[in-house]
Design a protein around this ligand. Structure first.
Ligand SMILES: *[C@@H]1O[C@H](CO)[C@@H](O)[C@H](O)[C@H]1NC(C)=O
Ligand SMILES: *[C@@H]1O[C@H](CO)[C@@H](O)[C@H](O)[C@H]1NC(C)=O
Ligand SMILES: *[C@@H]1O[C@H](CO)[C@@H](O)[C@H](O)[C@H]1NC(C)=O
Length: 425
């Protein structure tokens, strides 16, 4: 990955006398998206003394609070933040799609309705706020790194500043690849997030649902392009700014061998293989716990930010604690904000934060129990650690399907969650 980053920055740098100015635009809601975008920008920054400016659309508090990277400058989209801080329904909606039920199309529709305005707000700010607009055009950015997921406003920003950009796709979502790199996505067999099944397992009904799922995103993206461009019709080049992507280089957070067969393009480069780190970053309390010489192995249990932050229902915690009690010879690292004291046990170490990459690469680690976020899946694959995936929402379903069909782990759905089933898996 470093070599790709070096190459791009080199190409950019030889066109400018000074070090390159990079503009990084992140996804407004996904913490893992922000992390990956920053990681890539940091890798690029390290290849020279480049200036990195991040644009954050902090629709949620966790995004606003996510620590800035050393040396990054930030361009705040204040209007978006002010608006988002008044919308307390959004975190609630996302939390709701947590443990209680299997989410489906209806939940997605609800979320889309709620975030519609927020998705388009940054476009307004980029076009109407003079300070932002001036910054985009006069700062002389050489390259944009853009995560377009969930909204096209990042492209509007890049285009209004006439900044050349590459796309970063944190989830493995063929529809996005097709859109940004301009290659075909046959609806009949390329999985949509709605169906989340490999081609060889889809029956006729699945294929029909898959076609509907893709069509839905097509319409959604078309509306995102069409409606705002009408709203800004007084600006002469608004239609150009809001045009869809195509023929853009796209970096995907993936491994070639994880993907099911789909049409692809040379404009797509998989960067899912990230560096692994040593024991140094593992806090002493965790290291002492897992190094216990009586331990047969370490099992890491970590769900997403939302589901780990005190939102796990007590009955679910009870199931896991009871299942873990049946394996006294293993050590469980449980990432959770607050574990009730009656569930504490000798073989369970609850922690608020874990250095997941380092722990996965620790020699005693034997299993990851995960929600199936793309970063977690890749980290486990890179470390050669099998998984039990409990997908909660969105791309976690197809991610865990890939894990299952590639024999990298097992799946446990929310409706199958019982103490017996957890123990058996
Ligand atoms: C956003 O707000 C901060 C302070 O809250 C201010 O320093 C900054 O200049 C504002 N940015 C823009 C683009 O208005
Ligand atoms: C653009 O914004 C960045 C980050 O706030 C700031 O450091 C830079 O000076 C601004 N440039 C211009 C030309 O306004
Ligand atoms: C375990 O999961 C299976 C599906 O794999 C389900 O049919 C069954 O009801 C679950 N067991 C219990 C005890 O809930």
């Amino acid at each position: 990955m470093m070599s790709i980053a070096s190459l791009i920055v080199l190409i950019v740098a030889i066109h400018s006398v000074h070090s390159a100015h990079l503009l990084v635009s992140t996804h407004p809601m996904g913490l893992s998206h922000v992390k990956l975008t920053f990681d890539v920008a940091e890798d690029m920054q390290k290849t020279g003394r480049h200036i990195v400016t991040e644009v954050r659309w902090p629709v949620m508090k966790v995004i606003a609070d996510y620590p800035a990277r050393k040396g990054f400058r930030s361009l705040l989209l204040n209007k978006t933040y002010e608006h988002a801080s008044k919308l307390d329904f959004l975190p609630a909606m996302i939390d709701d799609s947590g443990w209680k039920k299997d989410d489906g199309m209806v939940d997605m529709l609800k979320i889309i309705k709620g975030i519609w305005r927020l998705i388009n707000l940054p476009c307004e700010e980029a076009l109407e706020d003079e300070k932002v607009a001036r910054n985009l055009t006069s700062e002389g950015y050489n390259l944009g790194i853009l995560d377009p997921f969930g909204g096209l406003c990042g492209t509007v920003m890049m285009r209004s500043g006439k900044i050349p950009f590459v796309v970063l796709s944190p989830p493995v979502e063929p529809f996005t690849f097709g859109l940004v790199a301009g290659f075909p996505v046959p609806f009949s067999y390329v999985m949509s997030v709605v169906v989340a099944k490999p081609d060889h397992e889809m029956n006729f009904i699945d294929r029909m649902a898959n076609i509907l799922g893709h069509s839905f995103f097509h319409i959604f993206l078309w509306l995102q392009i069409y409606l705002p461009s009408k709203q800004f019709a007084d600006k002469s080049d608004a239609a150009e700014l809001f045009k869809g992507l195509g023929n853009t280089m796209v970096f995907t957070n993936s491994h070639r061998f994880l993907e099911w067969p789909i049409p692809t393009s040379l404009a797509r480069i998989d960067i899912g293989r990230r560096d692994t780190l040593g024991e140094d970053n593992i806090p002493k309390d965790i290291l002492d716990f897992i190094k216990d010489k009586h331990s047969l192995g370490t099992i890491i249990f970590s769900m997403s930010t939302f589901t780990s932050s005190g939102k796990m229902p007590e009955e679910v915690m009870l199931m896991f604690a009871a299942a873990f009690a049946k394996f006294p010879e293993y050590r469980f690292i449980w990432r959770i904000n607050d574990l009730p004291s009656q569930l504490k046990a000798k073989n369970i170490h609850p922690v608020k934060w874990i250095p997941q990459t380092e722990l996965l690469n620790h020699k005693k680690t034997v299993l990851l129990i995960t929600h199936g976020g793309q970063n977690s899946v890749l980290e486990a694959v890179n470390a050669g650690v099998p998984m039990i995936g409990i997908p909660m929402t969105g791309d976690q379903h197809p991610n865990i399907e890939r894990v299952r069909t590639r024999n990298l782990g097992l799946r446990l759905t929310k409706s199958e969650l019982t103490e017996e089933n957890i123990t058996k898996k």
